[in-house]
Design a protein around this ligand. Structure first.
Ligand SMILES: Cc1ncc(COP(=O)(O)O)c(C=O)c1O
Length: 428
């Protein structure tokens, strides 16, 4: 007897769906279409020659080690490199605080596996990273979402959401995906204080922090949390209820995630999680059930490529190229987009976020844009509560400046036509 597979699927699959962006990317593979839809880095910046040379060195010098099974925690020299790199941003980790993951997407899934019971409430920004929603929906999470503005999550609305008792909050502090906005210094401090007051941990997801084009780098939440904790401890009667399972920096409220996807290449699938040792230990167990470990070969080649001073030089180059592309995109939008449309002004990262007049629906406009050979991602997918119909995300890292100019011109024409067609609604 054969029962249809659909009847065999576990209950949790009911909330799983394929990413709208991945589906969209399939539609945008036509050669003459200019896509601002994906979150793709500029492929011409991938350090192909450096990887080729590094791969040869690794195979020659440590071939059998690179092709053998390895530890789940990750290649120690790479973890040491990450520890050193993060110390420049004030994060005081040891290699035992670091777990190498197969992209930070896997870290999100590990967090789901470790922390989410069916029906648990997760607090996110509204809008937020679609891949996190996708990962955690599979663990049957519910979401409470707090709006962002130009300075990140709106702190005055956060407290009410915290009263709902979320399991953790998920925060993208730098050049948020999809909003492009950065959490201000004051809000970072307020957020950490609220997390502490309500005993709600923070997942700080920071894939874009290093891609700052201008302005000052702001301290990660994990650093502010550690400073707060140390300040509390300095007071004699502090009696704080923090994770007392270890001494030092990583005993507080924050798990920090980052990745080499945007600074090296996403095809490596190389990210990392920084957390208290006890959390890392549990994530190691969870990861063993997923993939045993992240590719030893890839970790060793990546380390061979970036050791020394390659990475800072390379990241400087990426920043220059992306800054130019952001400027071309915004400059063209200023000239070509009709009045009534606004957007964020990211100081780094890959994305900016467009707001249409309330009566327009970005998802309904997309097919018309695709007809004109230009694509974006409609906003709704990024909103856990399904709102956000009048927003869309534009990626500026992947297309060449001339393509950006042409694509934005096309999009400007589509939007102008839509505004004209719906003009009477403006006064409804
Ligand atoms: C906020 C955020 N987190 C995580 C990821 C996943 O990155 P990775 O390629 O490291 O899995 C992305 C990718 O775009 C992202 O934007």
């Amino acid at each position: 007897m054969t029962t249809p597979w659909t009847q065999r699927y576990a209950q949790r699959t009911q909330r799983m769906s394929s990413s709208m962006i991945r589906e969209l990317l399939k539609m945008t593979e036509q050669p003459d279409l200019i896509s601002f839809a994906g979150g793709l880095p500029a492929p011409e910046l991938f350090p192909v020659a450096e990887f080729e040379a590094a791969a040869q060195r690794v195979l020659k010098q440590h071939g059998s080690k690179a092709l053998q099974y390895s530890t789940t925690e990750g290649y120690l020299p790479l973890r040491e490199f990450i520890v050193e790199k993060m110390s420049q941003y004030g994060i005081q980790a040891t290699p035992e605080n670091v777990l190498i993951t197969s992209g930070s997407q896997q870290a999100l899934d590990l967090i789901g596996k470790l922390l989410i019971n069916s029906g648990d409430l997760i607090l996110t920004e509204n809008p937020t990273y679609l891949g996190a929603l996708q990962a955690w929906r599979a663990y049957q999470a519910e979401f409470t979402a707090v709006p962002i503005d130009d300075n990140g999550i709106q702190i005055e609305l956060l407290e009410e959401a915290l009263c709902g008792g979320p399991k953790f909050m998920y925060i993208l502090p730098n050049f948020q995906n999809p909003g492009g906005v950065t959490l201000s210094y004051d809000r970072r401090q307020a957020l950490v204080a609220l997390a502490d007051r309500y005993g709600v941990p923070i997942i700080e997801d920071d894939p874009y922090g290093e891609l700052r084009f201008e302005g000052n780098h702001l301290p990660p939440l994990v650093v502010l949390d550690a400073e707060k904790l140390n300040g509390d401890d300095a007071r004699p009667a502090a009696g704080n209820g923090h994770n007392g399972d270890e001494a030092g920096f990583f005993r507080g409220n924050v798990i920090y995630l980052s990745t080499f996807s945007k600074t090296l290449a996403p095809g490596l699938r190389l990210g990392w999680m920084v957390a208290p040792k006890s959390v890392i230990k549990r994530c190691v167990q969870a990861k063993q059930g997923m993939d045993l470990h992240t590719s030893s070969f890839v970790q060793m080649v990546a380390h061979e490529t970036i050791k020394g001073d390659f990475l800072p030089r390379h990241v400087r180059r990426i920043r220059e190229v992306y800054k130019t592309r952001r400027d071309v995109m915004i400059g063209t939008m200023l000239r070509q987009f009709p009045p009534g449309i606004t957007w964020t002004w990211p100081e780094g990262g890959l994305f900016l976020w467009v707001t249409l007049p309330e009566w327009l629906d970005a998802a309904a406009i997309l097919p018309k844009a695709i007809e004109q050979k230009v694509a974006f991602v409609p906003g709704t997918a990024f909103y856990p509560d399904g709102t956000g119909h009048n927003h869309f995300r534009l990626n500026f890292s992947n297309a060449q400046p001339e393509q950006i100019e042409e694509g934005i011109k096309r999009l400007g024409r589509v939007l102008a036509q839509e505004l004209e067609r719906t003009a009477e609604l403006a006064y409804a």
